[in-house]
Ligand binder design. Structure first.
Ligand SMILES: [Zn+2]
Length: 243
């Protein structure tokens, strides 16, 4: 029998929402995005941060990236090997924000955890982590370099859009995945950086055999989203799904 894959929605909110920053956890050890407040949200949900050995960062906006130094600090304390996969430029950016953990005027060298590794990925180049395969897929998020991921584990494929408008990358992610966790920020499409509800309903309709999980929701979007679309899941922070 195929083993199940656990998907936990750590946060489902856009920046101004009261819901936590959009982030998800696979099988308690692979964290997808780690934005402002994600570290404390993991603690509040009772997640064991010492089990997290992999972090995948979709792009370098603060609500997806800013809590990485706290995860590094936890890894230093707990001792597990932690590998952080980042877009191009992510290693330098991590060094820049990490110095504020210890000494804003100094370098990170004095405290940098030896058990933490930073790896910059390339879109379209797969990598393997602890029994899972990850494909980074280019998406369109304004001018910023941004990616989504297709994570394959135990025969299941989970897609993550990161932040994106509707584009070929989003279609590729949804087509390839059994479940897709998608940026559903806006009540309507037309934003230069995020998808809207009509984009998401269109994908639900076009791919009826896929489960679409709405995330990165602004509050007005959560209030107006249709709850009766068969393959659309509107999660609350902390919800756990088994695939
Ligand atoms: Zn963003």
């Amino acid at each position: 029998m195929m083993s199940k894959v656990k998907l936990q929605i750590i946060g489902s909110g856009a920046i101004f929402a009261t819901d936590a920053s959009a982030s998800a956890l696979i099988d308690d050890n692979i964290l997808v995005d780690c934005g402002a407040g994600t570290f404390k949200q993991l603690l509040r949900l009772g997640c064991d941060v010492a089990k997290i050995d992999t972090i995948l960062i979709t792009h370098l906006h603060a609500d997806h990236f800013m809590d990485v130094p706290f995860m590094m600090l936890a890894a230093k304390k707990n001792g597990q090997k932690l590998t952080i996969f980042l877009p191009e430029g992510g290693a330098k950016a991590t060094h820049e924000i990490a110095k504020y953990i210890w000494s804003p005027e100094g370098t990170t060298e004095s405290w940098w955890p030896q058990n933490v590794e930073l790896v910059e990925y390339q879109d379209g180049v797969n990598f393997t982590i602890n029994g899972a395969t990850v494909e980074p897929v280019k998406v369109v998020h304004g001018e910023l370099r941004a990616s989504g991921f297709i994570v394959e584990k135990a025969g299941k494929k989970i897609g993550f859009s990161g932040d994106s408008i509707m584009c070929d990358g989003i279609k590729k992610i949804v087509e390839a995945s059994d479940w897709a966790v998608l940026d559903t920020s806006c009540p309507k499409s037309g934003s230069a950086i995020h998808m809207g509800l009509d984009d998401i309903y269109g994908l639900c309709h076009a791919y009826p055999d896929k489960k679409i999980v709405a995330t990165h929701l602004f509050e007005e979007t959560r209030k107006t989203i249709q709850q009766d679309v068969a393959n659309l899941i509107v999660p609350n922070d902390g919800d756990v799904f088994e695939l």
